[in-house]
Design a protein around this ligand. Sequence first.
Ligand code: GTP
Length: 424
Amino acid sequence: ALLFAFSKNKENIRCLTTLGHFGFECLPTQLVNKSIQKGFSFNILCVGESGIGKSTLINTLFNTNLKESKSSHFYSKVGLKVKTFDLHERNIPLKLTVVKTVGYGDQISKEASYQPVVDYLDAQFELYLQEELKVHRSLVTYHDSRIHVCLYFITPTGHSLKSLDLLTLKNIDRRVNIVPLIAKADSLSKSDLQRFKHNIMSELVSNGIQIYQFPVDDEATAEVNTTMNCKEKKKSNMLLPFAVVGSMEEVKVGKRMVRGRHYPWGVLQVENENHCDFVRLRDLLLSANMEDLKDQTHTQHYECYRSSRLLKLGFNDTGPDNRPVSFQEMYEAKRQEFQVQCQREEEELKHSFMQRVKEKELTFKDAEKELQDKFEHLKRIQQEEILKLEEERRKLEEQIIEFYKTKTASETSQTQLYTSVKRD
Ligand code: GTP
């Protein structure tokens, strides 16, 4: 419907002013309304040592107290704490997922520190890929857990990156948008901080580590983003990595209450751009580039994972002769390849089974022969024993006969002697 309003100008001439939009110029409004109804989601990964200020910074960024328990320094391996929060800002709903490393940097093995992070990032891509490959997909209701940004908390040593930082960043830079931060930046002096920032950026460049490139194709954000991407900035006003300070504490400065950290020598205001880069980080991360971070995750990092995963599974867009291959052809080729492989494996199994049967038969035969030999040997010994006993019995019987003969003879001679004595 057309909405018009009548108004009078200075010369008292009536003119019509449109009050609303009409036609397809309303498309953006429709999109905005639909998006607000659907709600937004954002997934942040915080990588950094225990107690470096990850939770405090997330609380400061979203101006909420996201209740969390402190992590121990004595975990035997690195874990990831995943928490999802439903936030609202002026009726805009945001499903925020915060994934925090636990025990990072407390391990002796560096690989054991970064591998769980790499595995977690891949696992979220895999979940999304599995959903995409389903026949009955539910991507509209699917809770996308792919990480949109990784806030990498650098320990404020004032020197340069540690080898664990470089290893981790190198292993995750193709999987996630990295935004490096110098944590607890209030512990460094201004000149130390600039030198530190410079050293970090040089190290990232010399090690070929890709960090998030702020987009410059949108007029609204191009100017501020271009300054962020510039690597050759003057050493004195370098922005990246953001030097951040987190705090939920309200401190009185003059007549105002501000969020800051109170020290014996003064107050550090978290939202004062002269004190730290917190406001710049919040603006660039949440106000200007949240949608781009999500786009980059889908179009760059997920795409990279998806194509390498599908290639590994044997899918390809072209055949060996560079001819486009249809899904049906690919499926047939894969099926045949699989059948051949199955047959080969079956043959190998049969062969090894026969081999094992033969080997077992041989062992049984050997065992049987051994038993037979043993039996023969025992039988021979037994027969010899029987013969020996027979011989002894025969000898014994001869001795008994001899004994009886002697006994009869002695009895006869005794009787004769008795009779002759009586006669005399
Ligand atoms: P875990 O959950 O144990 O890994 O800790 P975390 O990295 O989430 O650190 P957390 O935010 O719990 O902060 C740990 C301590 O550091 C708290 O005492 C904070 O007050 C303090 N802290 C946080 N941010 C800053 C900061 O920017 N500067 C200073 N000086 N201290 C900070």
